[in-house]
Write a protein that binds this ligand. Sequence first.
Ligand code: NAG
Ligand code: NAG
Ligand code: NAG
Ligand code: NAG
Length: 286
Amino acid sequence: MKISFILSAVIVLAVRCTSGYKMVFMIHGVMSDKGSLDFLSEYIKQAHPGTEIHNMNLFAHYYSLEPIWKQVKGFKAEMEKLLNNQTEEVHLIAHSQGGLIARGIIESWDNHNISSFISLSSPQAGQFGDGFLHLVFPGVVRDEAYRLFYNRIGQYTSVGNYWNDPHEQEEYRQYSKFLAPVNNEAFTDDSKRFRRNLCRLKRLVLIGGPDDGVITPWQSSQFGFYTANMTVLNVRQREGYRKDRNGLRTLDKRDALILHTFDGVQHLTWHHNITVIRQAVLPYLD
Ligand SMILES: *[C@@H]1O[C@H](CO)[C@@H](O)[C@H](O)[C@H]1NC(C)=O
Ligand SMILES: *[C@@H]1O[C@H](CO)[C@@H](O)[C@H](O)[C@H]1NC(C)=O
Ligand SMILES: *[C@@H]1O[C@H](CO)[C@@H](O)[C@H](O)[C@H]1NC(C)=O
Ligand SMILES: *[C@@H]1O[C@H](CO)[C@@H](O)[C@H](O)[C@H]1NC(C)=O
């Protein structure tokens, strides 16, 4: 009994050591479930044999509309359970809304050991477009949506937590319970921690492209966003970056802010596209 336990522990350790790849956690997008990431998971296992992958199956479909902080808590607890007090370094990959949940986990987890965070077309700077809105709220128009989202009730839905209306910035900063604080656009008691924990990443890999069709503007996948006059600034042109509000500039200085842009990839195909996986995912899963 005891010996077989020790033997299996040795074998588990041996497999981990010889495979040499860090454990990978995955978080799916809105109105979806872990199944959407099965292809990517299998692809990684074939390319990097022995990788231990946890494609987490929480907050599927309609539950994905629950508040982002609630989902952060749930996914983080699942990661802690699976890590079982091991302090090893791991990677985190997330698609779409999952990339915001992932960032909430990273920023609120002191001394985390997340090495690469790979964000597959996630609205990191927020969302302001009908395409996405209509997936979930078909009757609402973009320019009126802030009335729905920028109040206490509207913040009970995930989409409200990262709706970013460039014409209603004061209300955004006042009401957004998730995005404004984690981007340090609204300062809270946690701002310093959030920044420090984001900077703890070995790499922040941001993947997106102009044919995404859902994330609006698509540059939001790389922290770009609209100004009040609807011009899009890329991450390095924005004030938050220049003032290094949430640590992006610090990451960039040590070449840890990595942007990948691909043409011809639609929102629901990032995690199925072999070019994307080979060029922008696998190289960071060391
Ligand atoms: C992890 O560590 C904490 C604090 O040391 C302990 O309370 C907890 O029981 C441990 N969990 C497991 C699963 O070993
Ligand atoms: C991360 O790793 C360090 C060093 O091994 C360890 O001290 C720390 O507790 C780990 N963090 C977590 C959250 O487990
Ligand atoms: C739009 O706003 C940006 C930054 O606020 C400014 O640099 C740019 O000149 C403006 N463009 C137009 C067309 O007004
Ligand atoms: C995959 O991405 C490449 C690189 O941008 C693109 O040219 C190609 O059309 C994409 N393939 C599919 C099936 O979407």
